[in-house]
Write a protein of this length. Structure first.
Length: 255
């Protein structure tokens, strides 16, 4: 799974770089653009642990066409807008000891103009936490984790007179799943898979008038999952995914 995500991320990076030279000067982050971003992320399970970016933090490459939903004519143009990006980051776990590792993320969102400057759509987010197998500074066992969200984004674009754009977006999770690869830890025979279907997120971004730069903030708040079984050499054990919060702040550049 890690190799699949890495290959997809590298493929996206290759096509972004290869196509950048063909882009017209009129392409920008307020319409259609290839982009690169640099960001800081913070994940927290309150009272249990945190996972934070470490220098030089994380980066993404992607391609998007948001021409229709950012239309200066009140977003009344027809057609679909979309965004696809891949991210890689260096992070540090702090809970039962500390542990430096990395993550890979793929994200896709498709949008359609609704009424005026409002839009809606569908989104998919997949994050692979390359957390194991290994052990923390206190010898606690680590294992890989996979997080998947299907969600509905709804939002509003404010196109200012100077050409800059403020995008406000609210995300409602309709299906979430957390896979903890506990079989990587001795004594565990199967992985723990938990449905985590209750949660929300929001995105706020501001692109400058030229569309060459954009600052953004993302947040997710996901409720505790249901309890699921896993097999161990001692019998059946049960576990759940705790409530968690994710924040990300960064800067995008058009290229």
């Amino acid at each position: 799974m890690q190799q699949l995500l890495l290959n997809a991320f590298l493929l996206l990076s290759f096509f972004s770089t290869a196509s950048a030279a063909e882009m017209k000067e009129t392409y920008n982050l307020n319409g259609e653009a290839m982009f690169f971003d640099w960001h800081y992320s913070h994940y927290e399970e309150p009272g249990l642990m945190t996972v934070k970016s470490r220098f030089p933090f994380s980066f993404s490459v992607g391609f998007r066409d948001e021409t229709n939903i950012r239309s200066p004519q009140g977003n009344r143009s027809s057609g679909v807008s979309w965004n696809i990006e891949g991210a890689y980051g260096l992070i540090t776990y702090d809970g039962s000891g500390t542990y430096d590792h990395s993550y890979y993320k793929l994200l896709f969102e498709g949008y359609y103009s609704l009424s005026g400057a409002f839009f809606g759509g569908i989104g998919y987010r997949r994050l692979f936490d390359d957390f194991g197998p290994g052990s923390t500074s206190t010898s606690a066992r680590t294992f890989d984790r996979m997080s998947e969200y299907f969600y509905v984004p709804v939002g509003y674009n404010i196109r200012n007179a100077d050409g800059s754009n403020l995008k406000l977006q609210y995300n409602v999770i309709i299906k979430g799943q957390q896979t903890s690869y506990t079989s990587q830890v001795p004594g565990n025979l199967t992985d723990l898979v938990n449905d985590q279907n209750e949660g929300f997120g929001f995105d706020v971004s501001y692109a400058n008038p030229e569309g060459s730069r954009e600052v953004y903030y993302r947040h997710w708040s996901v409720e505790k999952s249901e309890i699921s079984p896993r097999a161990t050499i001692a019998g059946i054990s049960y576990g759940y995914e705790p409530k968690n919060k994710i924040s990300e702040i960064g800067v995008r550049y058009c290229f």
